[in-house]
Write a protein that binds this ligand. Structure first.
Ligand code: GAR
Length: 213
């Protein structure tokens, strides 16, 4: 285990259930959770962060006419906190190329599909519309292309007869809530190096789980 705890910030835009799962697991993670940023005011996730005693900041995306200015405000807050690892958890803003370069290999995200399948904002609907028998969730490194970064860990979720977007997303989220804390724990323990997840993606082999749900 790395001797020094990693300084971790979490970015949210809404419910914050993945953030909550990570913070519930914090005793087993070698990290200092330095702050939570929400891109929307008044969301449920902010109350959850406060209940965990983690500092919060609201950077209201709707108040910025230019995306780059929003990205810079987020980056400045992260640097003020000294964040080393940035965890996107239901953060519904696309971060621009300059932001991604500034924090290269330090930003991770959760996505409700088995990437590279079903990139984008309608991943759950797309899997259903496709008639797929399974989908899943992925923790990946954030790169300039949306949902295109190296996979850190992913786990399948079967699609059941009669599934709707909501029933399927709920089952995917139950798996996310196990997978994301595990990924953060293993990164902070120094078992996974985000800058060495190359084409052969050793993280996937090491961490691939069994189907659940
Ligand atoms: C999660 O299920 C995550 O997979 C999804 O948003 C949800 C946020 O929930 N992310 C995306 O669709 C990204 N394209 P939460 O705020 O309760 O963690």
């Amino acid at each position: 285990m790395r001797a020094k705890p990693a300084r971790v910030a979490i970015l949210i835009s809404g419910t914050g259930s993945n953030m909550d799962a990570i913070l519930r697991a914090r005793d087993g993670i070698n990290a200092d959770f330095v702050g939570v940023i929400s891109s929307k005011p008044g969301v449920e996730g902010l109350h959850k962060a406060e209940a965990h005693g983690v500092p919060t900041a609201v950077i209201d995306a709707s108040a910025f006419a230019v995306r780059r200015d929003f990205d810079d405000a987020v980056a400045d807050q992260l640097e003020a906190w000294g964040a080393e690892l940035i965890v996107l958890a239901g953060f519904m803003r696309i971060l621009g190329a300059d932001f991604v370069r500034r924090f290269e290999n330090r930003v991770i995200n959760v996505h409700p599909s088995l990437l590279p399948l079903y990139r984008g904002g309608t991943a759950v609907e797309d899997a259903l519309a496709d008639g797929a028998k399974e989908t899943g969730c992925t923790i990946h490194v954030v790169v300039e292309d949306v949902d295109a970064g190296p996979v850190i860990i992913q786990r399948p979720v079967p699609i059941e007869a009669g599934d709707t977007r909501d029933t399927l997303h709920r089952r995917i989220q139950a798996v996310e809530h196990e997978l994301y804390p595990e990924a953060v724990q293993r990164i902070c323990a120094g078992e996974i190096h985000l800058d060495s997840l190359g084409d052969d993606q050793p993280g996937v082999t090491a961490l691939a789980g069994t189907p659940s749900g």
